[in-house]
Design a protein around this ligand. Structure first.
Ligand code: GLN
Length: 499
């Protein structure tokens, strides 16, 4: 096979890859090698991966090829290379959550989502970089190194799942898994011009996902197309006795509505998602997207108001740090991960462990959370935030009583330059449009919605009703087909090897 044929394979989708593998037009080994070569050629610049598992990937590719050749490859994703965010436990493969605290963790088991992905036949090429413990919006808070945006290497890929988004955009894998607590799948998808889906809270098991904020965390896919997002979600969704918050009904067919189209679709564009904070160069493509949808039969209603939505960000920054302060209490150097030894007492060892093991942002969150939960402040902060959370949920219910889907920008800006945002609050503002769906537990997707300043991608977000991912994917697919935006960057330094 020629170099051209190899580079053409790099832009393949899961759907197309599965078809070609089954038709015997390509082999999994060839495909996997092409992506591993691409990682070798580009990751010095992109830095999407913390760990690359070349040997295991090639061995799995050979097994997949044997199954395919025998005609016995039942699993839908057999032989397709993907990547996994380093916050998900992978048996025998180092898992750090972007933290020095877990520098040497080699998990003895797979997260449920990872195990299901393997059962579906997919091959992991490695673990992707992220903000430490998934706290951040730029992947600059990784303890290891920052990841670059493949569209412009001086810019951030978003976060916290920046490595997973950049790996798909840089054609280092076909698809990847991330996690989204306040926007960590959708915002990097928006910054890197790919598709990112946060399923309904409880749709995908959180077992083996290193916890940040347990009432908000959800695992989901990064892909090049909406069709692929449905395929990947299908592989990882479903009940799990190991996660009591996981929805108990079997997953429906997420591809069932892909052909639904936009005719008569009732789309809400609530004012609070289109006002303050949004850059003009994001607003322009989003408005153009709404016009395109309405020209194709969607009824866009700009009148709904959701007055509690602006409260979602402050509510999140009470709830998420509170939950994280409890979840991260386990990292005391005694049982898990890094542990300082040889101090004067157990207490001084614990102190040293947490001092050296955690980065600044993680410490900031733990302090915020411990404060919000402390006696005397609990009612004023945590309890109050829970009440506002209920109000936000009800506002979504109200809008969904009259509309099929909510549309919004994913992020208020395009990807910013590395080092440009140093003020934590400024960083938190990246998530004003993504956090509401987490607070309400609703499914939401970011898909390419055009380009803003300096040719950087802009994400268009759809929020759907609880457990109605199939509907949501149908709407997103209809827009994707109409707009047909490119999902891989033009030739940049990160594209060496593909030309
Ligand atoms: N950027 C948000 C934060 O820093 C969201 C992170 C996430 O979704 N994991 O908390």
């Amino acid at each position: 096979m020629t170099a051209d044929a190899d580079s053409e394979m790099l832009s393949i989708t899961l759907a197309e890859g599965a078809r070609r593998l089954r038709a015997g037009e390509i082999t999994s080994r060839r495909l996997t090698e092409a992506f591993l070569d691409r990682i070798a050629a580009t990751d010095d610049e992109v830095h999407a991966f913390v760990t690359v598992t070349s040997e295991a990937a090639l061995a799995e590719a050979d097994e997949a090829d044997a199954l395919l050749a025998s005609g016995d490859a039942q699993a839908p994703l057999t032989g397709l290379p993907v990547a996994i965010k380093d916050v998900l436990m992978t048996k025998g493969v180092r898992t750090t959550a972007g933290s020095r605290m877990l520098d040497s963790l080699i998990p003895p088991y797979d997260a449920t989502a990872v195990g299901l992905l393997r059962d579906a036949g997919a091959i992991s090429v490695g673990k992707t970089n992220m903000d430490e413990f998934a706290m951040g919006s730029s992947t600059e808070h990784s303890a290891w190194f920052p990841t670059s945006n493949p569209w412009d290497l001086e810019r951030v890929p978003g976060g916290s799942s920046g490595g997973s988004a950049a790996a798909v955009a840089a054609q280092q894998c076909i698809a990847s898994l991330g996690s989204d607590t306040g926007g960590s799948i959708r915002q990097p998808a928006s910054f890197c011009g790919v598709v990112g889906l946060k399923p309904t809270y409880g749709r995908v098991s959180r077992y083996g996902l290193i916890a940040f904020a347990s009432s908000l965390d959800q695992i989901g896919p990064f892909t090049r197309t909406v069709e692929d997002a449905a395929l990947l979600l299908q592989a990882i969704a479903g009940p799990d006795p190991l996660d009591s918050t996981c929805y108990h009904e079997p997953a429906p067919d997420f591809s069932a509505q892909l052909e639904r189209g936009l005719d008569g679709l009732k789309v809400a564009a609530p004012r609070e998602f289109f006002g303050e904070g949004m850059d003009d160069d994001v607003a322009a493509p989003i408005v153009a997207a709404l016009d395109l949808m309405s020209a194709h039969g969607a009824v866009i209603d700009r009148s709904p108001s959701m007055p509690s939505v602006p409260m979602a960000l402050p509510v999140y920054y009470i709830l998420a740090p509170s939950e994280c302060s409890a979840n991260l209490a386990r990292f005391d150097g005694v049982k898990y991960g890094y542990g300082a030894r040889g101090g004067e007492s157990m207490w001084s060892d614990m102190e040293a462990t947490r001092k050296h093991g955690f980065g600044r942002e993680v410490k900031r969150r733990i302090l915020l959370g411990a404060y919000a939960l402390s006696a005397g402040y609990y009612d004023a902060y945590y309890l109050q935030a829970q009440k506002v959370r209920t109000l936000i949920r009800r506002e979504f219910d109200r809008v969904f009583a009259e509309h099929d889907v909510i549309v919004a920008p994913t992020a208020p800006t395009v990807a910013f330059k590395r080092g440009a945002i140093t003020d934590p609050y400024q960083m938190y503002l990246n998530d004003i449009f993504t956090i509401p769906a987490n607070i309400a537990g609703l499914p939401a997707i970011s898909i390419p919605g055009g380009f803003g300043a300096d040719g950087m991608p802009v994400g268009l977000q759809f929020v759907g009703q609880r457990l109605q991912e199939a509907d949501l994917l149908g709407v997103a697919n209809a827009y994707e087909r109409l707009a047909d935006w490119p999902t891989t960057p033009p030739v940049t330094a990160a594209n060496v090897g593909s030309t």
